[in-house]
Design a protein around this ligand. Sequence first.
Ligand SMILES: CC(C)(COP(=O)(O)OP(=O)(O)OC[C@H]1O[C@@H](n2cnc3c(N)ncnc32)[C@H](O)[C@@H]1OP(=O)(O)O)[C@@H](O)C(=O)NCCC(=O)NCCS
Length: 170
Amino acid sequence: MTPADVGLRIDYFHDATDEHLAMMGVVRALLPAKDAWRRAYEEEVARPLGERSTYAVIWELDSEAVGFSSLDRLIVGEAAFMHLHVLEASRRRRGLGTEFVARSVDHYFEALALRRIFCEPNAFNRAPNRTLQRVGFRYLFSHQTTPGPINAFQTTTRWVLERESWPGRA
Ligand SMILES: CC(C)(COP(=O)(O)OP(=O)(O)OC[C@H]1O[C@@H](n2cnc3c(N)ncnc32)[C@H](O)[C@@H]1OP(=O)(O)O)[C@@H](O)C(=O)NCCC(=O)NCCS
């Protein structure tokens, strides 16, 4: 994701319905204002890789952006926490998420030399939990936590994918 692309990610959250935010455990009032959020992303994207704590990729289908994945709590060469989003509801549940998550983890393992990738969706949000299992992530545990700065206190499930057990995209 380049500085030119960050608007897509910001609009995704700001334009989301209350129902969609609630399903993801996101609190609208905690979303940074668009301008401040854009500046923060642009600064982060411009940093050298070794100094980054986040990273993101756009998912393109026939040259059209249809989703994105992001990493936070990134330690290059070690681990990160992944997020996954297909932008339009009409494009979900058709296999795109599974395919793009597999391609994203291939890229993350390679470009960031990660040993493991975690993902921790809301426990009651079936789509990411099913997708992670389908891609090959291993369930670790469920707990109550506030997973990030835009999130509510909630029950989450933590999944992990280890590089040494990832065969690569089939
Ligand atoms: C999560 C997401 C990226 C998955 O992508 P997708 O294209 O919908 O997923 P796929 O079509 O590849 O389906 C993968 C699995 O999830 C299941 N699934 C997808 N949507 C589902 C839903 N709404 N309810 C139940 N299961 C669902 C599929 O049946 C499939 O499971 P299976 O292997 O048991 O058949 C997408 O649904 C999305 O963007 N959701 C909204 C954003 C979100 O909640 N992100 C997670 C925040 S942590």
